[in-house]
Design a protein around this ligand. Structure first.
Ligand SMILES: Nc1ncnc2c1ncn2[C@@H]1O[C@H](COP(=O)(O)OP(=O)(O)OP(=O)(O)O)[C@@H](O)[C@H]1O
Ligand SMILES: Cc1ncc(C[n+]2csc(CCO)c2C)c(N)n1
Length: 250
C-alpha cells in the first residue's frame, strides 16, 4: 500500500530559505479567473515559486490587478502559454517588453492549462518534477473546472497538482494511505471527499467529524461533503483515486 504525505502549509505559509529544510519546488499557473488577492495568497505564492506562468487570459488578470501600481513589473510572468485567443494586445505587448516568453500553441485538443504543463515538462529536463499550483482552477465555467479535475487524474502519476480557487484547495488522492497535515490557520473547517472520475471507492478516514470505516463512496450512493476537520492530521485510505477538497482561510 503506497503512503503519501501532504502539507499545504509548505506553500501557503511563508518560509525562510535559511531555516526551512526541503523548501517547496513549485510552479504557479494563473488561470483566467477573477483575482481577489484575499490575504495576499497570490503575492506569497508568486514570491516563492520557481516559475510563474499565465494560461492565456490569466495574463490579463495579473496585468489588471497590478496596472497603475509600482508592483506591476514585479508581477511579470516567465511564460504566457495557450492558444492565446483571450490574451489582450496591450497585455501581450507589455509583457513582451518585460521579457516574458509567450508561447502560442493553437492545438484545439488540450486546454491552456495543459499547454502550460507541457512547457513545464520541457523546462524540467532531468530535474525532479515540480508541483503545480493552479490559481483560479475551480468555479466559473463548469466545463473548465471539470477539465482541470480531469487533468488531476491524467497527470496523477507524473506530479502533484493543487487546484486553488478563492475558497478551496482541491487535489487528487491516489489509491493508498494519505496523511494530510491540516493547519487550522490556513485551511478548514469544511472539506469533502469526492469520487469524481471513478465508479466507486472503499474508504476509511480518521481526523474528521464524520469518519468512514471501509465505506463505499459513489455518486448516487454516498459522498462526503460538508465534513469537518477535527484534527491537525487527517488520514484517508482509499482503494481508488479520490478528489479531496478543503476550504481555504487564506
Ligand atoms: N471559469 C473558469 N473556471 C475554471 N478555469 C478556468 C475558467 N476560465 C478559464 N479557466 C482556465 O484558464 C485557462 C485559460 O482560459 P482562457 O479563458 O484564457 O482561455 P479559453 O480559450 O477559455 O480556454 P482553453 O483555450 O483552454 O479552452 C483555461 O485553460 C482554464 O484552465
Ligand atoms: C471531443 C472534443 N470536445 C471539445 C474539443 C474542443 N477543445 C478541447 S480543448 C480546447 C481548447 C483549445 O484551447 C478545445 C477548443 C475537442 N477538441 N474535442
Amino acid at each position: 500500500m503506497s503512503v503519501f504525505r501532504w502539507d499545504a502549509s509548505r506553500f501557503l505559509k511563508s518560509y525562510d530559505r535559511n531555516v526551512d529544510k526541503g523548501v517547496p519546488c513549485y510552479v504557479i499557473i494563473v488561470l483566467n479567473q477573477p483575482i481577489t488577492r484575499r490575504n495576499g495568497v497570490l503575492e506569497l505564492l508568486w514570491k516563492q515559486s520557481l516559475l510563474k506562468m499565465c494560461a492565456d487570459g490569466g495574463a490579463n488578470r495579473i496585468y489588471d490587478t497590478f496596472v497603475g501600481s509600482d508592483k506591476l513589473s514585479e508581477y511579470t510572468p516567465d511564460y504566457i502559454c495557450g492558444d492565446n485567443d483571450s490574451l489582450r494586445d496591450d497585455v501581450r505587448e507589455y509583457y513582451l517588453s518585460k521579457g516574458t516568453i509567450i508561447i502560442n500553441n493553437p492545438d484545439q485538443e488540450s486546454t491552456d492549462l495543459m499547454k502550460c504543463i507541457e512547457v513545464i515538462r520541457r523546462r524540467e529536463n532531468d530535474n525532479p518534477k515540480y508541483d503545480v499550483i493552479a490559481l483560479g482552477a475551480i468555479g466559473g465555467r463548469f466545463d473548465h473546472s471539470m477539465s482541470n479535475i480531469h487533468y488531476l487524474h491524467k497527470l496523477k502519476d507524473e506530479r502533484r497538482i493543487y487546484l486553488l480557487s478563492d475558497v478551496n484547495m482541491t487535489f487528487l488522492l491516489d489509491k493508498g494511505i494519505h496523511h494530510i497535515q491540516c493547519d487550522s490557520e490556513i485551511e478548514g473547517p469544511t472539506c469533502g471527499i469526492l469520487p469524481i472520475g471513478i465508479s466507486e471507492a472503499i474508504i476509511s478516514t480518521t481526523g474528521l467529524r464524520w469518519n468512514l470505516s471501509s465505506a463505499r463512496t459513489a455518486f448516487g450512493q454516498m459522498i462526503s461533503t460538508s465534513n469537518i476537520i477535527d484534527s491537525h492530521e487527517i488520514t484517508i485510505e482509499t482503494d481508488q483515486p479520490l478528489i479531496w477538497t478543503v476550504e481555504l482561510k487564506v
